[in-house]
Design a protein around this ligand. Sequence first.
Ligand code: FEO
Length: 386
Amino acid sequence: MKQITRDVVYIGADDTDLDLFESQYIVPNGISYNSYLILDERVAIMDTVDRRCGEQWFAALEAALGGRTPDYLVVQHMEPDHSACIAEVMERYPSLRLVATERALRMLPLYFETFDFEGRTQAVGEGDTLSLGAHTLQFHLAPMVHWPEVMVTYDRADRILFSADAFGKFGALSHDEDWACEARRYYFNICGKYGNQVQALLKKASKLDIATICPLHGPVLSENLGYYIGLYDTWSRYEAETEGVLVAYASIHGGTAEAAEMLAGMLDAKGAGKIAVADLSRCDMAEAIEDAFRMNRLVLAAASYDGGLFPPMVDFLHHLQSKGFRNRRVALVENGSWAPSAGREMTAMLEKMKDIDCVTPVVTLRGRMKQSDLGALEALADALLA
Ligand code: FEO
Protein backbone atom coordinates (compact mmCIF):
# COMPACT_ATOMS: atom_id res chain seq x y z
CA MET A 1 0.00 0.00 0.00
CA LYS A 2 1.46 3.32 -1.03
CA GLN A 3 0.09 6.80 -0.51
CA ILE A 4 -0.16 8.70 -3.82
CA THR A 5 -1.77 11.80 -2.30
CA ARG A 6 -3.48 12.35 1.04
CA ASP A 7 -6.68 10.66 -0.21
CA VAL A 8 -5.40 8.37 -2.96
CA VAL A 9 -3.76 5.05 -2.16
CA TYR A 10 -2.12 2.46 -4.39
CA ILE A 11 -3.63 -0.99 -3.86
CA GLY A 12 -2.33 -2.82 -6.96
CA ALA A 13 -0.21 -5.94 -7.13
CA ASP A 14 3.10 -7.08 -8.56
CA ASP A 15 3.09 -10.28 -10.60
CA THR A 16 6.69 -11.45 -10.60
CA ASP A 17 6.43 -15.04 -11.81
CA LEU A 18 4.27 -14.62 -14.91
CA ASP A 19 5.89 -16.39 -17.87
CA LEU A 20 4.16 -14.49 -20.68
CA PHE A 21 1.96 -11.39 -20.43
CA GLU A 22 -1.07 -11.82 -22.68
CA SER A 23 0.41 -15.29 -23.30
CA GLN A 24 2.88 -13.74 -25.72
CA TYR A 25 5.22 -11.14 -24.18
CA ILE A 26 8.10 -12.23 -21.99
CA VAL A 27 8.24 -10.16 -18.82
CA PRO A 28 11.57 -10.99 -17.20
CA ASN A 29 10.95 -8.41 -14.49
CA GLY A 30 7.26 -9.23 -14.05
CA ILE A 31 4.41 -6.77 -14.40
CA SER A 32 2.19 -4.78 -12.07
CA TYR A 33 -1.60 -4.63 -12.19
CA ASN A 34 -2.34 -1.22 -10.75
CA SER A 35 -5.42 -0.32 -8.78
CA TYR A 36 -6.08 2.70 -6.60
CA LEU A 37 -8.45 3.71 -3.83
CA ILE A 38 -9.80 7.25 -3.39
CA LEU A 39 -10.93 7.89 0.19
CA ASP A 40 -13.30 10.83 0.32
CA GLU A 41 -16.83 11.29 1.73
CA ARG A 42 -17.58 8.51 -0.69
CA VAL A 43 -14.96 5.90 -1.55
CA ALA A 44 -14.03 4.85 -5.08
CA ILE A 45 -11.99 1.85 -6.15
CA MET A 46 -10.20 2.50 -9.43
CA ASP A 47 -10.13 -0.82 -11.36
CA THR A 48 -9.34 -4.29 -10.03
CA VAL A 49 -6.46 -6.63 -10.95
CA ASP A 50 -5.70 -9.89 -12.75
CA ARG A 51 -7.12 -12.99 -11.06
CA ARG A 52 -3.56 -14.20 -10.47
CA CYS A 53 -3.20 -11.44 -7.86
CA GLY A 54 -6.76 -11.35 -6.54
CA GLU A 55 -5.92 -12.45 -3.01
CA GLN A 56 -3.14 -9.88 -2.70
CA TRP A 57 -5.46 -7.16 -4.05
CA PHE A 58 -8.32 -7.90 -1.67
CA ALA A 59 -5.90 -7.79 1.25
CA ALA A 60 -4.55 -4.40 0.13
CA LEU A 61 -8.08 -3.11 -0.49
CA GLU A 62 -9.29 -4.11 2.96
CA ALA A 63 -6.24 -2.63 4.64
CA ALA A 64 -6.62 0.66 2.77
CA LEU A 65 -10.35 0.84 3.49
CA GLY A 66 -9.65 0.65 7.21
CA GLY A 67 -13.14 -0.59 7.92
CA ARG A 68 -14.94 1.75 5.49
CA THR A 69 -17.27 0.48 2.78
CA PRO A 70 -16.50 1.41 -0.83
CA ASP A 71 -19.24 3.21 -2.77
CA TYR A 72 -18.01 3.04 -6.35
CA LEU A 73 -15.93 0.70 -8.48
CA VAL A 74 -14.68 2.66 -11.50
CA VAL A 75 -13.83 0.28 -14.33
CA GLN A 76 -11.77 1.97 -17.02
CA HIS A 77 -10.86 -1.12 -19.02
CA MET A 78 -12.53 -4.53 -19.27
CA GLU A 79 -9.48 -6.56 -20.26
CA PRO A 80 -9.16 -9.38 -17.70
CA ASP A 81 -5.79 -8.20 -16.36
CA HIS A 82 -7.79 -5.39 -14.73
CA SER A 83 -11.37 -6.61 -14.54
CA ALA A 84 -11.01 -10.13 -13.17
CA CYS A 85 -12.13 -9.32 -9.63
CA ILE A 86 -15.23 -7.25 -10.51
CA ALA A 87 -17.86 -9.84 -9.61
CA GLU A 88 -16.15 -10.88 -6.41
CA VAL A 89 -15.71 -7.35 -5.09
CA MET A 90 -19.33 -6.52 -6.00
CA GLU A 91 -20.37 -9.61 -4.09
CA ARG A 92 -18.30 -8.70 -1.03
CA TYR A 93 -19.69 -5.15 -0.95
CA PRO A 94 -23.39 -5.35 -1.86
CA SER A 95 -23.83 -1.55 -1.98
CA LEU A 96 -20.93 -1.09 -4.40
CA ARG A 97 -21.91 0.58 -7.68
CA LEU A 98 -19.97 -0.08 -10.88
CA VAL A 99 -19.15 3.00 -12.99
CA ALA A 100 -17.98 2.45 -16.56
CA THR A 101 -18.69 3.34 -20.16
CA GLU A 102 -21.84 2.00 -21.81
CA ARG A 103 -19.66 -0.20 -23.94
CA ALA A 104 -17.83 -1.63 -20.94
CA LEU A 105 -21.13 -2.41 -19.23
CA ARG A 106 -22.25 -4.32 -22.32
CA MET A 107 -19.13 -6.46 -21.98
CA LEU A 108 -19.88 -7.56 -18.41
CA PRO A 109 -21.88 -10.68 -19.39
CA LEU A 110 -18.98 -11.83 -21.57
CA TYR A 111 -16.89 -12.31 -18.45
CA PHE A 112 -19.42 -12.68 -15.63
CA GLU A 113 -22.22 -14.77 -17.08
CA THR A 114 -23.97 -15.58 -13.83
CA PHE A 115 -23.47 -12.39 -11.79
CA ASP A 116 -26.50 -10.11 -11.60
CA PHE A 117 -25.41 -6.48 -12.12
CA GLU A 118 -29.03 -5.28 -12.39
CA GLY A 119 -29.47 -1.91 -10.68
CA ARG A 120 -25.81 -1.74 -9.68
CA THR A 121 -24.21 -0.03 -12.65
CA GLN A 122 -23.85 3.55 -13.80
CA ALA A 123 -22.88 4.35 -17.40
CA VAL A 124 -20.74 7.42 -17.97
CA GLY A 125 -19.76 9.20 -21.17
CA GLU A 126 -17.38 11.89 -22.37
CA GLY A 127 -17.06 14.71 -19.85
CA ASP A 128 -19.44 13.19 -17.28
CA THR A 129 -18.51 13.73 -13.65
CA LEU A 130 -18.93 11.90 -10.38
CA SER A 131 -18.55 13.70 -7.07
CA LEU A 132 -16.99 11.81 -4.17
CA GLY A 133 -17.03 14.89 -1.92
CA ALA A 134 -13.85 16.93 -2.27
CA HIS A 135 -12.83 14.86 -5.29
CA THR A 136 -14.73 15.15 -8.54
CA LEU A 137 -13.96 12.49 -11.10
CA GLN A 138 -14.25 13.51 -14.73
CA PHE A 139 -14.44 10.80 -17.38
CA HIS A 140 -12.99 10.89 -20.87
CA LEU A 141 -13.47 8.21 -23.49
CA ALA A 142 -10.31 6.66 -24.92
CA PRO A 143 -11.58 4.05 -27.38
CA MET A 144 -8.93 1.60 -28.66
CA VAL A 145 -6.35 2.63 -26.09
CA HIS A 146 -6.34 -0.33 -25.97
CA TRP A 147 -9.88 -1.77 -26.28
CA PRO A 148 -13.03 -0.01 -27.53
CA GLU A 149 -14.64 0.44 -24.10
CA VAL A 150 -11.71 2.24 -22.49
CA MET A 151 -12.04 5.51 -20.62
CA VAL A 152 -9.61 7.50 -18.52
CA THR A 153 -10.50 9.40 -15.36
CA TYR A 154 -9.32 12.82 -14.22
CA ASP A 155 -9.46 13.66 -10.53
CA ARG A 156 -9.91 17.43 -10.42
CA ALA A 157 -8.90 17.78 -6.77
CA ASP A 158 -5.50 16.09 -6.96
CA ARG A 159 -5.02 16.68 -10.70
CA ILE A 160 -4.46 12.96 -11.26
CA LEU A 161 -5.05 11.32 -14.62
CA PHE A 162 -5.95 7.65 -14.17
CA SER A 163 -4.77 6.75 -17.64
CA ALA A 164 -5.83 3.10 -18.09
CA ASP A 165 -3.25 1.21 -20.22
CA ALA A 166 -1.73 4.44 -21.54
CA PHE A 167 1.68 5.23 -20.01
CA GLY A 168 1.92 1.64 -18.77
CA LYS A 169 5.03 -0.50 -18.90
CA PHE A 170 6.21 -4.05 -18.39
CA GLY A 171 8.07 -4.71 -15.15
CA ALA A 172 6.88 -5.13 -11.57
CA LEU A 173 7.05 -2.06 -9.33
CA SER A 174 9.49 -3.92 -7.08
CA HIS A 175 11.96 -3.86 -9.97
CA ASP A 176 13.65 -0.49 -10.30
CA GLU A 177 14.52 0.17 -13.95
CA ASP A 178 14.56 2.82 -16.65
CA TRP A 179 10.98 3.68 -17.69
CA ALA A 180 11.38 4.17 -21.43
CA CYS A 181 12.84 0.79 -22.42
CA GLU A 182 10.01 -1.39 -21.12
CA ALA A 183 7.34 1.29 -21.67
CA ARG A 184 8.35 1.44 -25.34
CA ARG A 185 8.27 -2.34 -25.74
CA TYR A 186 4.85 -2.34 -24.05
CA TYR A 187 3.53 0.55 -26.15
CA PHE A 188 4.47 -0.69 -29.63
CA ASN A 189 3.40 -4.26 -29.00
CA ILE A 190 0.15 -3.47 -27.21
CA CYS A 191 -1.02 -0.06 -28.44
CA GLY A 192 1.19 0.38 -31.53
CA LYS A 193 -1.66 -0.24 -33.93
CA TYR A 194 -3.72 2.55 -32.35
CA GLY A 195 -1.55 5.61 -32.90
CA ASN A 196 -4.47 7.77 -34.05
CA GLN A 197 -6.51 6.88 -30.99
CA VAL A 198 -3.55 7.60 -28.72
CA GLN A 199 -3.20 10.98 -30.44
CA ALA A 200 -6.88 11.66 -29.71
CA LEU A 201 -6.31 10.85 -26.04
CA LEU A 202 -3.23 13.09 -25.88
CA LYS A 203 -5.31 15.92 -27.32
CA LYS A 204 -7.89 15.51 -24.56
CA ALA A 205 -5.15 15.22 -21.93
CA SER A 206 -3.50 18.42 -23.16
CA LYS A 207 -6.58 20.34 -21.97
CA LEU A 208 -6.23 18.96 -18.44
CA ASP A 209 -3.91 20.31 -15.77
CA ILE A 210 -2.19 17.04 -14.83
CA ALA A 211 0.14 16.69 -11.84
CA THR A 212 0.25 12.88 -11.70
CA ILE A 213 -0.40 10.02 -14.10
CA CYS A 214 -1.66 6.78 -12.54
CA PRO A 215 -1.55 4.05 -15.21
CA LEU A 216 -2.79 0.47 -14.96
CA HIS A 217 0.73 -0.93 -15.27
CA GLY A 218 4.08 0.40 -14.14
CA PRO A 219 5.03 3.30 -11.92
CA VAL A 220 2.96 6.32 -10.99
CA LEU A 221 4.42 9.28 -12.88
CA SER A 222 4.58 12.59 -11.08
CA GLU A 223 7.72 14.37 -12.24
CA ASN A 224 8.81 15.63 -15.62
CA LEU A 225 5.52 14.59 -17.24
CA GLY A 226 6.49 16.38 -20.45
CA TYR A 227 9.11 13.69 -21.05
CA TYR A 228 6.60 10.82 -20.93
CA ILE A 229 3.92 12.70 -22.86
CA GLY A 230 6.52 13.74 -25.45
CA LEU A 231 7.56 10.12 -26.03
CA TYR A 232 3.93 9.05 -26.34
CA ASP A 233 3.41 11.82 -28.88
CA THR A 234 6.42 10.67 -30.95
CA TRP A 235 5.45 7.02 -30.76
CA SER A 236 1.80 7.54 -31.65
CA ARG A 237 2.73 9.71 -34.63
CA TYR A 238 4.85 6.79 -35.91
CA GLU A 239 7.87 9.07 -35.92
CA ALA A 240 11.31 7.63 -35.19
CA GLU A 241 12.57 8.35 -31.70
CA THR A 242 16.22 7.55 -32.36
CA GLU A 243 18.55 8.14 -35.29
CA GLY A 244 19.78 4.64 -35.99
CA VAL A 245 19.27 1.30 -37.71
CA LEU A 246 17.76 -2.00 -36.69
CA VAL A 247 19.40 -4.81 -38.64
CA ALA A 248 16.97 -7.73 -38.40
CA TYR A 249 18.00 -11.03 -39.91
CA ALA A 250 16.55 -14.49 -40.42
CA SER A 251 19.37 -16.89 -41.16
CA ILE A 252 19.29 -20.68 -41.51
CA HIS A 253 22.94 -21.74 -41.45
CA GLY A 254 24.66 -18.47 -40.51
CA GLY A 255 25.48 -17.08 -43.98
CA THR A 256 22.80 -14.37 -43.88
CA ALA A 257 23.70 -13.63 -40.24
CA GLU A 258 27.33 -13.04 -41.20
CA ALA A 259 26.33 -10.60 -43.94
CA ALA A 260 23.92 -8.81 -41.61
CA GLU A 261 26.63 -8.37 -38.98
CA MET A 262 29.01 -7.12 -41.68
CA LEU A 263 26.42 -4.60 -42.88
CA ALA A 264 25.75 -3.48 -39.30
CA GLY A 265 29.49 -2.80 -38.89
CA MET A 266 29.56 -0.81 -42.13
CA LEU A 267 26.58 1.28 -41.04
CA ASP A 268 28.19 1.92 -37.69
CA ALA A 269 31.43 3.01 -39.36
CA LYS A 270 29.48 5.36 -41.60
CA GLY A 271 27.91 7.10 -38.59
CA ALA A 272 24.41 5.67 -38.87
CA GLY A 273 23.74 6.32 -35.18
CA LYS A 274 22.52 3.65 -32.80
CA ILE A 275 22.79 0.14 -34.28
CA ALA A 276 20.73 -2.78 -33.01
CA VAL A 277 21.01 -6.28 -34.47
CA ALA A 278 18.22 -8.84 -34.04
CA ASP A 279 18.46 -12.55 -34.82
CA LEU A 280 14.77 -13.13 -35.53
CA SER A 281 15.06 -16.87 -34.92
CA ARG A 282 16.15 -16.34 -31.33
CA CYS A 283 15.47 -12.83 -30.09
CA ASP A 284 12.46 -11.52 -28.21
CA MET A 285 10.18 -10.63 -31.14
CA ALA A 286 8.55 -7.87 -29.10
CA GLU A 287 11.93 -6.21 -28.62
CA ALA A 288 12.72 -6.42 -32.35
CA ILE A 289 9.37 -4.74 -33.05
CA GLU A 290 10.14 -2.07 -30.47
CA ASP A 291 13.52 -1.36 -32.10
CA ALA A 292 12.01 -1.25 -35.59
CA PHE A 293 9.63 1.50 -34.47
CA ARG A 294 12.30 3.26 -32.44
CA MET A 295 14.90 3.72 -35.22
CA ASN A 296 14.49 5.73 -38.39
CA ARG A 297 16.03 3.04 -40.61
CA LEU A 298 15.65 -0.72 -40.96
CA VAL A 299 17.65 -3.48 -42.66
CA LEU A 300 15.95 -6.79 -43.38
CA ALA A 301 18.22 -9.71 -44.29
CA ALA A 302 16.65 -13.09 -44.89
CA ALA A 303 17.18 -16.50 -46.37
CA SER A 304 14.86 -17.85 -49.05
CA TYR A 305 12.85 -20.89 -47.98
CA ASP A 306 10.42 -23.22 -49.74
CA GLY A 307 10.26 -20.87 -52.71
CA GLY A 308 9.39 -18.00 -50.37
CA LEU A 309 10.75 -16.39 -47.22
CA PHE A 310 12.33 -17.97 -44.13
CA PRO A 311 9.47 -18.08 -41.56
CA PRO A 312 11.07 -15.99 -38.75
CA MET A 313 11.16 -13.03 -41.16
CA VAL A 314 7.57 -13.72 -42.28
CA ASP A 315 6.58 -13.65 -38.63
CA PHE A 316 8.43 -10.39 -37.99
CA LEU A 317 6.90 -8.65 -40.99
CA HIS A 318 3.41 -9.87 -40.08
CA HIS A 319 3.89 -8.43 -36.61
CA LEU A 320 5.11 -5.11 -38.02
CA GLN A 321 2.19 -4.90 -40.41
CA SER A 322 -0.37 -5.69 -37.74
CA LYS A 323 1.12 -3.03 -35.44
CA GLY A 324 0.85 -0.38 -38.16
CA PHE A 325 4.56 -0.04 -38.95
CA ARG A 326 5.10 2.82 -41.40
CA ASN A 327 7.11 5.84 -42.40
CA ARG A 328 10.58 4.25 -42.46
CA ARG A 329 13.47 3.75 -44.89
CA VAL A 330 14.26 0.07 -45.43
CA ALA A 331 17.12 -1.85 -47.14
CA LEU A 332 16.87 -5.51 -48.09
CA VAL A 333 19.35 -8.37 -48.32
CA GLU A 334 18.24 -11.76 -49.58
CA ASN A 335 20.06 -15.05 -49.66
CA GLY A 336 19.31 -18.08 -51.82
CA SER A 337 21.54 -20.90 -53.00
CA TRP A 338 19.58 -21.76 -56.13
CA ALA A 339 16.49 -19.53 -56.61
CA PRO A 340 16.54 -16.48 -54.29
CA SER A 341 12.95 -15.52 -53.44
CA ALA A 342 13.27 -13.72 -50.08
CA GLY A 343 13.66 -10.24 -51.59
CA ARG A 344 10.49 -10.56 -53.63
CA GLU A 345 8.51 -11.79 -50.63
CA MET A 346 9.83 -9.12 -48.27
CA THR A 347 9.07 -6.40 -50.83
CA ALA A 348 5.52 -7.70 -51.27
CA MET A 349 4.94 -7.66 -47.49
CA LEU A 350 6.41 -4.16 -47.12
CA GLU A 351 4.15 -2.89 -49.91
CA LYS A 352 1.18 -3.54 -47.62
CA MET A 353 2.55 -1.00 -45.10
CA LYS A 354 2.21 2.79 -45.35
CA ASP A 355 5.04 5.13 -46.37
CA ILE A 356 7.83 2.57 -46.57
CA ASP A 357 10.75 3.78 -48.65
CA CYS A 358 12.62 0.69 -49.93
CA VAL A 359 16.10 1.51 -51.18
CA THR A 360 17.22 -0.28 -54.33
CA PRO A 361 18.62 -2.59 -55.42
CA VAL A 362 18.05 -5.56 -53.11
CA VAL A 363 21.42 -7.19 -52.40
CA THR A 364 21.41 -10.87 -53.35
CA LEU A 365 23.78 -13.33 -51.69
CA ARG A 366 24.28 -16.90 -52.86
CA GLY A 367 25.10 -19.15 -49.90
CA ARG A 368 28.01 -17.59 -48.00
CA MET A 369 28.99 -13.94 -48.25
CA LYS A 370 32.02 -13.51 -50.50
CA GLN A 371 34.64 -10.84 -50.97
CA SER A 372 32.83 -9.85 -54.14
CA ASP A 373 29.64 -9.10 -52.16
CA LEU A 374 31.26 -6.41 -50.01
CA GLY A 375 30.93 -3.69 -52.63
CA ALA A 376 27.18 -4.28 -52.94
CA LEU A 377 26.76 -4.21 -49.16
CA GLU A 378 28.76 -0.95 -48.94
CA ALA A 379 26.55 0.54 -51.65
CA LEU A 380 23.42 -0.62 -49.82
CA ALA A 381 24.64 1.00 -46.58
CA ASP A 382 25.30 4.27 -48.47
CA ALA A 383 21.89 4.17 -50.15
CA LEU A 384 20.15 3.53 -46.83
CA LEU A 385 21.91 6.49 -45.20
CA ALA A 386 21.53 8.83 -48.19
FE1 FEO B 1 -3.54 -3.92 -19.24
FE2 FEO B 1 -5.32 -3.72 -22.15
O1 FEO B 1 -4.94 -4.33 -20.43
